[in-house]
Design a protein around this ligand. Structure first.
Ligand code: PLP
Length: 396
């Protein structure tokens, strides 16, 4: 490989050439079942015809103008996201990190408007919000993403994820806290699913203390957990939401949604993006949302998630080394009792794409369009990869 690329990624030894549905083909013609969907991006699978048609039609009509002008597709996408979420306003970005940055900026402006000179945002241990300076400073899941980039951005207070007592302590002791930013289920941190009451308790705490409740739904949003947004499993609504990944099925588009005290915090000149919300990005996102709705993929995602989790539980019922199988919808974690990063390569050889998070948890984020047979094939391949790994470990 040439060294003309900055060596930021440790890549697996494979190059993909084409995709269709849940499958990818490498340059040697070998076929892989994609149980990762480009890290939670291609929920509709690869080469979805509706997305391809929109790309082609909008691409040959108008790709980009500028946010100096009105963009009807942006207005339409905002209206759709607001209909689906119950939020009030949208700002469009190009990535998850940018959506979280927008949330962080809203929280700071909100704090300053309340007369707080150094507003702080409560963030959770084990979290991930992106690679920009503010988002990597906010995240605490992986020290590697911060190392060497000091000085970090100030103004974050860390708390354990899913620990209400610690949040209450912070609320009691910090007069600078103005918001909390958390993932409803931590993705990069290892598919950490909080207690069922966690989000509603956080909502109450935010109401009590005038904090903005900000949810990073970059990985959990857009049908991934079997609802449009993961907070919809609880009976609450956040004030700010960050979205990206699944919104464009691979076309870069993200959004920051706001409502209530977070609406109208940004005023002209406060924030912006050259590409954010261009006609092509918004047309693709509109097609993605329409396809999820038309093909009733939310119910399907819920059903497929249950099927995969139950089959995995059955397969590993007598295997003590598999200590937990968890998740919601098609956001699934299989936790082993030992580091298992090597499984990435083993799975690749077995024609299966997965990731390993927090050293010991296999993460599955398969597309919503899986057939039952493909879901079963995923379980068969993964079971075989894990079983072989555990057997080899025991004999070595
Ligand atoms: N937030 C969460 C929860 C994520 O999982 C990610 C990416 O994995 C991000 C933010 C950053 O998104 P991006 O890589 O599009 O900047």
């Amino acid at each position: 490989m040439s060294d003309s690329l900055m060596p930021t990624y440790g890549r697996l030894p494979v190059t993909f050439e084409k995709g269709q549905g849940a499958w990818l083909w490498d340059t040697n013609g070998k076929r892989y079942l994609d149980a990762l969907s480009g890290i939670g991006v291609c929920g509709l699978g690869h080469a979805h015809s509706a997305v391809a048609v929109t790309l082609s039609q909008q691409g040959s009509t108008l790709i980009h103008t500028s946010n100096l002008y009105h963009i009807p597709q942006q207005q339409q996408l905002a209206d759709e996201l607001i209909r689906l979420s119950g939020m009030e306003q949208a700002f469009f970005t190009n990535s998850g990190a940018e959506s979280c940055e927008a949330a962080i900026k809203i929280a700071r402006l909100y704090g300053h408007k309340k007369g707080i000179a150094s507003p702080a945002i409560v963030v959770a241990e084990g979290s991930f919000h992106g690679r920009t300076l503010a988002t990597l400073s906010a995240a605490t899941g992986n020290r590697k993403i911060q190392a060497g980039f000091e000085p970090l951005v100030q103004g974050f207070i860390r708390a354990k994820f899913d620990d209400l007592d610690e949040l209450r302590e912070i609320a009691k002791n910090s007069s600078d806290a103005v918001a909390i930013l958390i993932e409803p289920i931590q993705g990069e941190g290892g598919i950490n699913v909080p207690d069922d009451n966690y989000l509603s308790a956080v909502r109450e705490l935010c109401d009590e203390h005038g904090w903005l409740m900000m949810l990073d739904e970059v990985q959990t949003g857009i049908c991934r957990t079997g609802k449009w947004f993961a907070w919809q499993h609880s009976n609450i609504k956040p004030d700010v939401v960050a979205l990206a990944k699944g919104l464009g099925n691979g076309f870069p588009v993200g959004a920051c949604l706001a409502q209530g005290p977070a609406a109208n915090v940004f005023q002209p000149g406060n924030h912006g993006s050259t590409f954010g919300g261009n006609p092509l990005a918004c047309s693709v996102a509109l097609t993605v949302l329409k396809t999820i709705e038309d093909e009733q993929l939310m119910a399907r995602t819920e059903q497929l998630g249950k099927r995969i989790r139950e089959n995995l539980k059955q397969a590993f019922a007598d295997e003590a080394a598999v200590i937990d199988i968890r998740g919601k919808g098609l956001m699934i974690g299989v936790e082993l009792d030992r580091p298992c990063g090597i499984l990435l390569k083993d799975a690749l050889e077995a024609g299966l794409l997965i990731s390993v998070q927090a050293d010991k948890t296999i993460r599955l984020l398969p597309p919503f369009i899986l057939s039952d047979e493909e879901a079963d094939e995923l379980v068969t391949r993964l079971t075989s990869v894990i079983t072989t790994f555990l057997a080899t470990e025991q004999t070595s």
